[in-house]
Design a binder for this molecule. Structure first.
Ligand code: IPE
Ligand code: IPE
Ligand code: MG
Length: 240
């Protein structure tokens, strides 16, 4: 078992379409199954003591998809907010939504605002859902609004410790570009609707088996007379 991991994990939940196609189902069925995987993953995140979990649910480029698929994704997002907000509040989950809001329907924006308000006091897990999200856009906005680096960093959010992408693709697709500067990457072949606690466990196991150096020296070299301050920072030490 990996240790309790008070870190920031971000997941690119990819492969819903392929999961459905393999079963000769419409792509929307893949998204429905994907929503169940989100629920499982949040439960597992609590069990592994994650500090923050950021899930890529809908990218700013996903508007290019057929209207029926976009509608299904928005409907699933709406249902998640409506059905899960009570349980989130009870379990101490703070729910936030990152991404643009000016292109979402007004009724959805007010649902988001209510969910954020109802769960604002949660201390156990910070669950961030990325919807109509583009990291390039977020960086430009933060740069416009901030008057110094501290404000810029705060506008973007915490650094990512572990980035997981399912379904085999090995790219960021405009997700958390700045925040992943020193993230560890795990790419899993399994499709998102098949993701479960075992997938998170395996990803955390890989994370804890790696040595993060942040530009310093490996631990062994540092012990053999590296400069003071060149010691390696490991895993969870990086998180705030
Ligand atoms: C991820 O699955 C969900 C979203 C992008 C909204 P995809 O729909 O991208 O699934 P594939 O990549 O086509 O299999
Ligand atoms: C990234 O997946 C977006 C989400 C998972 C929400 P995509 O399927 O849209 O990414 P590309 O097109 O393969 O890069
Ligand atoms: Mg995809």
């Amino acid at each position: 078992m990996p240790p309790i991991s008070p870190i920031h994990v971000a997941i690119i939940m990819d492969g819903n379409g392929r999961w459905a196609t393999q079963r000769q189902l419409p792509r929307q069925e893949g998204h429905r199954a994907g929503a169940q995987a989100v629920r499982r993953t949040v439960e597992a995140a609590i069990r592994y003591g994650l500090h923050t979990l950021t899930l890529y649910a809908f990218s700013a480029d996903n508007w290019k998809r057929p209207q029926i698929e976009v509608n299904t994704l928005m409907l699933l997002f709406r249902s998640y907010l409506t059905e899960e907000v009570g349980a989130c509040a009870r379990q101490g989950i703070r729910l936030s939504v990152i991404g643009r809001r000016d292109r979402l329907p007004r009724s959805l924006v007010s649902l988001i605002e209510q969910a954020e308000l109802k769960t604002a006091r949660g201390q156990r897990l910070h669950l961030r859902l990325a919807v109509d999200y583009s990291s390039r856009y977020a960086i430009l906005e933060a740069a416009r609004a901030a008057s110094n680096e501290e404000e810029f960093r705060r506008a973007l959010g915490p650094d990512v410790d572990l980035l997981i992408r399912t379904a085999g693709e090995q790219r960021l697709s405009d997700f958390l570009l700045w925040e992943c500067a020193y993230a560890e990457f795990v790419f899993l072949p399994q499709l998102w609707p098949d993701f479960d606690e075992a997938g998170l466990r395996e990803s955390l196991r890989q994370f804890w088996s790696r040595e993060r150096r942040f530009g310093g020296l490996p631990a062994a070299s540092a012990r053999q007379g590296g400069e003071p301050g060149s010691t390696v920072l490991r895993g969870a030490r990086s998180c705030a």
